[in-house]
Design a protein around this ligand. Structure first.
Ligand SMILES: *Cc1c(COP(=O)(O)O)cnc(C)c1O
Length: 412
């Protein structure tokens, strides 16, 4: 992608160190890390006064509209390590018909299905794989519900890195095939994503694989946080009233919350924050259960099931970071059932938008929050659609036409 000015400009990263998300213990940047010694996620920290002095809104506005325009706030130091498939900015689409149906201000959908590999997992994996390349990693491994594995395989292959991808055996077929087509060695495992994660951890120890599990390496979250950076700029540096985020491992929600703090620290936004709503499926809602119980950590959810495969995560290593952000924002963790999710996907079609089931979950949760008076009808709300709806099974509603028979054209 050498044509892209964001990749070729001489703009260093301002990373200073990493920090344990739980204890604040400091770690050196630019060396390979997994979890902290407390077994918790590491977060990248930046010289924010330095960024404030180096970056203006005007300079930013003049750059090409992609993820790399935020380089000062990203961990990759040497542009030669960047592995890009063209990480474009994603649009905000107003659901006008839906707004009318609900007698509310039209909610905005941030449509992440437009990214390479068809999901926002590209944001996180382009960063993790670029860092893996900087570290000279030869093999990465990860557990996945589908979309992350596809993005990991695509970027790894492009970087000349091998990938070993483990997914639950009932992962949507299209994802499993996509991973293989992208050059990943893909295995179906008779278990859930955390069972796959345990095998990856064992392989990382035995074979020296670099473990790219959600929040077990520090850089996927740095890629995902660009959703928050982008959103702030797209809305004129004024954050919305509420964000509904389909929450599995929670990287995106935690990342956006971090992004808002960084933007405030460099003087781009004020202290106003959106209420963050972590949306889960009622068949797998560990974060909702912990939220309602007032806990800071979430117990594993047994027998997890939902049509929204991307948020079927029974246990999240960053549970406390999700719960802290949701509580600090004045938001909530909300669960919605599969029937409501599928109804929401159908309903959004009235706006010409094909949501993925996880995106449908955010619309279903928003409708419930409106009905409960949790969100006001005049508030500005952003829903995250994190993958293209085209990756998911769709009902066949076509009918057969015999071209040799009499065709009643008025009936078509
Ligand atoms: C992975 C995924 C999610 C959950 O994202 P996290 O940031 O890991 O919580 C939601 N929707 C889709 C489509 C996904 O692939």
């Amino acid at each position: 992608m050498q044509h892209d000015a964001n990749l070729t400009a001489d703009r260093p990263s301002f990373v200073t160190h990493l920090e344990c998300g739980l204890t604040g213990e400091r770690y050196e940047a630019d060396v390979v890390h997994g979890l902290s010694s407390a077994g918790r996620p590491l977060l990248a920290r930046y010289d924010l006064p330095g960024v404030a002095a180096a970056l203006t809104k005007e300079a930013l506005a003049a750059r090409p509209r992609d993820l790399w325009r935020w380089r000062e706030l990203l961990p990759v130091r040497d542009k030669a390590h960047i592995v890009s498939l063209g990480e474009n900015e994603t649009p905000l689409i107003g659901l006008e018909a839906t707004g009318e149906r609900l007698a509310a201000r039209a909610p905005l959908v941030k449509d992440e299905g437009r990214l390479p590999t068809g999901s926002f997992k590209a944001r996180g994996l382009v960063m993790a794989i670029s860092m893996a390349r900087a570290f000279g990693i030869r093999t990465i491994a990860m557990p996945t519900n589908g979309n992350a594995g596809a993005a990991a395989a695509a970027y790894a292959t492009r970087a000349g890195i091998e990938s070993v991808i483990l997914c639950p055996e009932d992962t949507p077929d299209i994802n499993v095939r996509e991973i293989a087509m992208q050059g990943g060695r893909v295995w179906r495992v008779n278990g859930l994503i955390d069972d796959c994660g345990a095998i990856v951890a064992a392989g990382a120890k035995a074979n020296g694989w670099y473990d790219l599990s959600t929040l077990k390496e520090p850089y996927r979250i740095e890629g995902k946080k660009t959703m928050g950076l982008e959103l702030a700029e797209q809305l004129g540096w004024e954050l919305p009233d509420a964000i509904f985020y389909p929450t599995g491992g929670g990287t995106g929600l935690i990342g956006m919350w971090k992004a808002f703090d960084e933007l405030e620290a460099i003087g781009f936004i004020g202290p106003k924050r959106p209420r963050m709503y972590a949306v889960q499926a009622s068949g797998c809602a560990p974060i909702v259960r912990a939220f309602e119980a007032g806990e800071r950590h979430a117990e594993r959810w047994e027998d997890a099931h939902t049509v929204a495969a991307g948020i079927r995560v029974p246990k999240a290593v960053g549970d406390f970071l999700i719960l802290d952000a949701v509580r600090a924002s004045g938001g909530k963790a909300l669960a919605v059932g599969d029937p409501a999710i599928l109804r929401a996907v159908e309903a959004a079609a009235a706006d010409g938008v094909l949501l993925c089931p996880e995106g449908g979950a955010t619309l279903a949760a928003y409708e419930q929050a409106l009905a409960d008076g949790e969100v006001r009808r005049d508030e500005q709300v952003v829903l995250f659609n994190c993958a293209t709806g085209l990756k998911y099974p769709m009902p066949d509603k076509s009918r057969h036409l015999d071209r040799h028979g009499d065709i009643d054209l008025t009936a078509l």
